[in-house]
Ligand binder design. Structure first.
Ligand SMILES: C[S@@+](CC[C@H](N)C(=O)[O-])C[C@H]1O[C@@H](n2cnc3c(N)ncnc32)[C@H](O)[C@@H]1O
Length: 209
C-alpha cells in the first residue's frame, strides 16, 4: 500500500466517523455538521491550498463565486479579506445549511449570498473577478465530468482580468485536469506534498485575446 492509499483509507474512515465538529483555521471557527465536507487541515489539504495561496490582489474589492462551498469556509475567508460580494453555491442542502449557519454566525449575510446551484449552471453573472473551486477530488481513476464542465465554462463567467482557483490532488485525475485547464487559461501551478499526496492549486488567468 502506498502512503497515498493509506491517507485515503484513513480519510474515508475519519470522515465517516465524525459527527458535528468545529474546525479552526486561518483565524476562523467553522462548524461542520456530519456529512458535510470538513476542511480540517489535519484531515485534508485542498481547502488549505486555496486559503494559503489566495492572493490579496485577487480578493480585495472583487466579485467572487465559491463553487462547491461546503461549510462556506472559502467564501467566508474571501468575504473577511476584502471581497466586495461573494456567492456561495453547492448542490448539497446539508452543505448550504452549514454554510448559511457559519455565514450568519460571522455576520456576513450582507456580503455572502447562498444558493443551491450546480457548478455555474444557469448562472446569469458573467463578470466574476474570482471563481473558487474546491470540488470533490474523486479517488476513482475516472475523469470528473463536473470538473471538466467547470474548467470549460469558467472563462466565460470571468472578467478579462478574472481568475479561477481550482484545487486538485494526485489521487484525482490531475494530469488530465491540468491539460484541460491549459486549453482555456494560462495556468500557474502550486504544489505541496502532505501525507504522501501531492496537492495542487491551479491559478488560472484568462488568456488575452
Ligand atoms: C471537497 S468539498 C469542498 C468544500 C469547500 N469548498 C471547502 O473547501 O471546504 C466539495 C463540495 O462541492 C459540492 N459539489 C459537488 N458537486 C457539485 C456541483 N456539481 N455543483 C456545486 N457543488 C458541488 C459538494 O456538495 C461539496 O460540498
Amino acid at each position: 500500500m502506498t502512503s497515498q492509499d493509506e491517507y485515503l483509507s484513513e480519510w474515508v474512515e475519519e470522515s465517516r466517523s465524525r459527527g458535528e465538529h468545529s474546525v479552526f483555521l486561518k483565524g476562523m471557527e467553522i462548524v461542520v455538521p456530519k456529512d458535510v465536507f470538513s476542511p480540517d487541515p489535519n484531515l485534508t489539504y485542498s481547502s488549505m491550498m486555496v486559503l494559503k495561496h489566495l492572493r490579496s490582489d485577487d480578493v480585495i474589492s472583487s466579485k467572487v463565486i465559491d463553487v462547491g462551498t461546503g461549510s462556506g469556509v472559502l467564501a467566508i475567508w474571501a468575504a473577511e479579506n476584502g471581497a466586495e460580494s461573494v456567492k456561495a453555491v453547492d448542490i448539497s442542502v446539508e452543505a448550504l445549511s452549514a454554510a448559511a449557519r457559519n455565514i450568519k454566525s460571522r455576520n456576513l449575510e450582507g456580503v455572502i449570498s447562498v444558493k443551491r446551484q450546480s457548478l455555474l449552471d444557469g448562472d446569469s453573472d458573467f463578470d466574476y473577478d474570482l471563481i473558487l473551486a474546491n470540488l470533490p477530488i474523486l479517488m476513482e481513476q475516472i475523469v470528473s465530468a463536473s470538473d471538466i464542465k467547470l474548467l470549460k465554462n469558467a472563462s466565460s463567467h470571468l472578467t478579462s482580468k478574472g481568475k479561477l482557483y481550482f484545487a486538485s490532488a494526485s489521487f484525482g485525475k490531475h494530469d488530465y485536469l491540468l491539460k484541460t485547464a491549459k486549453e482555456f487559461f494560462d495556468v500557474e501551478i502550486v504544489k505541496e506534498t502532505r501525507w504522501g499526496v501531492d496537492w495542487f492549486l491551479y491559478i488560472c488567468s484568462k488568456r488575452a485575446v
